[in-house]
Design a protein around this ligand. Structure first.
Ligand SMILES: Nc1ncnc2c1ncn2[C@@H]1O[C@H](COP(=O)(O)OP(=O)(O)OP(=O)(O)O)[C@@H](O)[C@H]1O
Ligand SMILES: [Mg+2]
Length: 128
């Protein structure tokens, strides 16, 4: 049975450092595979784990949104589909699997979040 360990707390208290140490301990002492999930919008667990992170779930979301918007303009795609007839669900499943950074007995997925509209960073906050 899978066990989930979550680390939360205020900024700079050592969440990422502890996460890296917990992953290292599990990889060295347990037989089961480890999936690390970096839910911080400013992803950096990959650096602690020494893994290359090319895509985040946030990047994939932005990419899908722009494709859907483009298909609405061109009128090429059916409802719920992307250009080429691929369903959004299949595309999302494929992209998220592809975004996994694979390490030695540990994989990493990062939620991420692109900068710009929709991001909750202070720089993008517009007073109501
Ligand atoms: N036990 C510790 N003693 C001293 N320094 C530590 C300790 N744990 C972490 N640090 C240092 O504190 C800083 C912040 O650590 P870390 O990035 O792990 O925190 P965080 O909670 O993930 O931060 P953020 O909220 O920005 O994601 C780093 O420079 C790290 O090296
Ligand atoms: Mg952190």
């Amino acid at each position: 049975m899978a066990t989930t360990i979550a680390l939360a707390g205020k900024g700079g208290v050592g969440k990422t450092t502890i996460a890296g140490m917990v992953v290292k301990y599990l990889v060295q002492n347990k037989k089961e595979a480890v999936l690390a999930i970096d839910a911080d919008p400013s992803s950096n667990l990959n650096m602690v784990l020494g893994l290359d992170l090319e895509w985040t779930v946030g990047d994939i979301r932005e990419d899908m949104l722009s494709q859907v918007k483009e298909s609405l303009v061109t009128g090429g795609a059916a409802m719920g589909a992307l250009p080429g007839g691929v369903s959004k669900r299949d595309y999302l499943d494929y992209q998220i699997r592809s975004s996994l950074a694979e390490g030695d007995h540990v994989d990493l997925i990062a939620m991420g979040r692109s900068e710009g509209p929709g991001c909750y960073c202070a720089v993008n906050h517009k007073p109501a």
